[in-house]
Structure formats: structure tokens, C-alpha cells
Write a protein that binds this ligand. Structure first.
Ligand code: PMP
Length: 285
């Protein structure tokens, strides 16, 4: 049976799930998206993801043609139509088909797309041994150009950084902000551990407000760890005891080398391993 895709209220077979080549989502990257996960039939932090989607849409003056409750129902209906319990959920809202000019007023019908599919996970070996990453020369979007808090269909700056990472043989790359501070990775937030404290760049470092980031901050605080959201530089990364990334797909994943320098003793640290365990417990409960 073919995978069923939701577009504006109708479920289509994957082969027939299509939108117009005049859609400004395609022509200009004019739209927003979300990446979410379902564990055992329950969508993880769905409300938080929907709020982020609605906020992203609001920030680009795009009105999502359904309510939060309708979207929630549509997600569960699409998962059920595909008989999926552990899944990746991709929400896309485009500006809709329009003229060949930029003017969003000359578009109609924003397209609401829900793709639910099997989740492609990083190999377990990455969690056991940790990742090696490099700093990309491509910086994160300057907040005055396009806020990194908007999860828009314009991911080119992250893709450029991802290419730099891949060219260096790494699956992730570290991105700095316009001030040269640590921002985040191409599709994950970053954390450091120093002297037993957990450190991560603040939202105003120009990052996406990761849902996993927030969940991990809560887990660490429940564990009586001190979590500080502070401006960090590459120097802080190089002298950190531990480093890990968080994201919907990756969950919590250790980093053991940055720019070819070992972090701490070059092995996933104790606090990182404990947070991986706690996060798995939280999502698989
Ligand atoms: N930063 C960026 C740039 C991302 O694209 C993502 C993944 N959506 C994240 C961080 C992690 O966010 P989340 O935990 O909500 O998946």
C-alpha cells in the first residue's frame, strides 16, 4: 500500500501528492515547516511544535487555513491512515500558487501538507562513540535578515553549512552567529558541559528554539544540574568537558571531536550519557 499524504484536507497516494509549480513555497521558499516525532502512537510535544509552526507563519504574515485543533486531528488521522506508531511527521505550509512575482498578495490557497513516514535514525554507533563535527564558515542567518527563530522553507544557509560538514566527512556542522559566537548546528541545537554545569547558547544567539533543547533543559534541571543559557565561543567548545546535540531526529547525541580537537577525554561524557538515557525514558515511556 502506498504512503498516504495529507494535502489541504485530502489524503493522496504518495505518487499523486503534488502541488503547483507556481507555489511560492517552491518559487521562493515562501512557507514554513515542522519536523516532529511520534513514539508509540503519541506525538512528542505536539503542542510546542504547533505553536512554533503558528509563530513561524505569523512572523512571515502567512495565515494557516486551519485551527491548531484541526491540525492536531489531521496529524493523528494521517498517522492512522498509514498505520504508523513510531514515525517522523513533517508539516509544511506553503504560501500557495501565485504569479511569478514575489508579491504574496497575488497568491491564493496556502497548501497544508502532512507527511508521516518511517523515521530514519542515526546508527546506534554514533550514540555510543559520539560524532565528530567541524565549524562551518557559513554563518547562521543574521537575525536582522531573517530570524533563525522562523522555521521557514529557506534553509539554504544551513544547507551550505551542511555541505561544508559533509565535505569534511562529518554529518553535522557547527554554525556561528554574526558575532562569531556559537549558534547551533545545521539541524540540531548544541550544549556543552563544563565543571558539571550544562551550558547552551541563548535564543538571542540566533538559534531555532528547539523543542528537544527545551525538553533536555527540563530533564537536566530535574536532575539538579545547573543549566545556563549564555553566549559561548569556539573557545568554550574546545575547553568543554562534554558536548552534545539535540534535535527531533537525533534526540540527544554526543559530540567527541570539534574541528579535529577532542572534547574532554574524546569519549561521550557521563552527563551526556545520562541525558541520553533520560530522554529515551521520557519518549519511550
Ligand atoms: N536547529 C535547527 C536549525 C533545526 O532545523 C532543528 C530541527 N528542527 C533544531 C535546531 C532542533 O529543533 P527540534 O529539537 O525542535 O527538532
Amino acid at each position: 500500500m502506498s504512503l498516504r499524504i495529507f494535502i489541504n484536507g485530502t489524503l493522496y497516494d504518495k505518487e499523486n501528492a503534488k502541488i503547483s509549480v507556481y507555489d511560492h513555497g517552491l518559487l521562493y521558499g515562501d512557507g514554513v515547516f515542522e519536523g516532529i516525532r511520534a513514539y508509540g502512537g503519541k506525538v512528542f510535544r505536539l503542542h510546542e511544535h504547533l505553536i512554533r509552526l503558528w509563530n513561524s507563519a505569523k512572523a512571515i504574515c502567512l495565515s494557516i487555513p486551519m485551527s491548531l485543533a484541526e491540525m492536531e486531528k489531521a496529524i493523528y488521522d494521517t498517522l492512522a491512515a498509514n498505520d504508523l506508531k513510531d514515525a517522523y511527521v513533517r508539516l509544511v505550509v506553503t504560501r500557495g500558487a501565485g504569479s511569478l512575482g514575489l508579491d504574496p498578495n497575488r497568491t491564493s490557497d496556502p497548501q497544508v501538507i502532512i507527511i508521516t513516514d518511517k523515521i530514519v535514525m542515526y546508527p546506534e554507533e554514533y550514540y555510543q562513540n559520539g560524532l565528530s563535527i567541524v565549524t562551518a564558515s557559513t554563518i547562521r542567518n543574521h537575525p536582522a535578515a531573517l530570524s533563525p527563530r522562523i522555521k521557514s522553507l529557506n534553509y539554504l544557509n544551513n544547507i551550505m553549512a551542511k555541505i561544508e560538514g559533509l565535505q569534511a566527512g562529518c554529518v553535522e556542522a557547527l554554525m556561528l552567529n554574526h558575532k562569531g559566537e556559537i549558534a547551533e548546528c545545521t539541524g540540531d541545537n548544541i550544549f556543552l558541559v563544563r565543571g558539571g554545569d550544562v551550558l547552551t547558547p541563548p535564543i538571542d544567539a540566533g538559534i531555532l528554539e528547539g523543542v528537544t533543547r527545551e525538553a533536555v533543559i527540563e530533564l537536566a534541571r530535574t536532575d539538579n544540574l545547573i543549566v545556563r543559557e549564555i553566549a559561548l565561543t569556539r573557545h568554550d567548545v574546545y575547553i568543554a568537558d562534554e558536548c552534545f546535540l539535540t534535535g527531533t531526529a537525533a534526540e540527544v547525541i554526543p559530540v567527541v571531536k570539534v574541528d579535529n580537537r577532542p572534547i574532554g577525554d574524546g569519549k561521550p561524557g557521563a552527563i551526556t550519557r545520562e541525558l541520553i538515557r533520560k530522554f529515551r525514558e521520557l519518549t519511550r515511556a
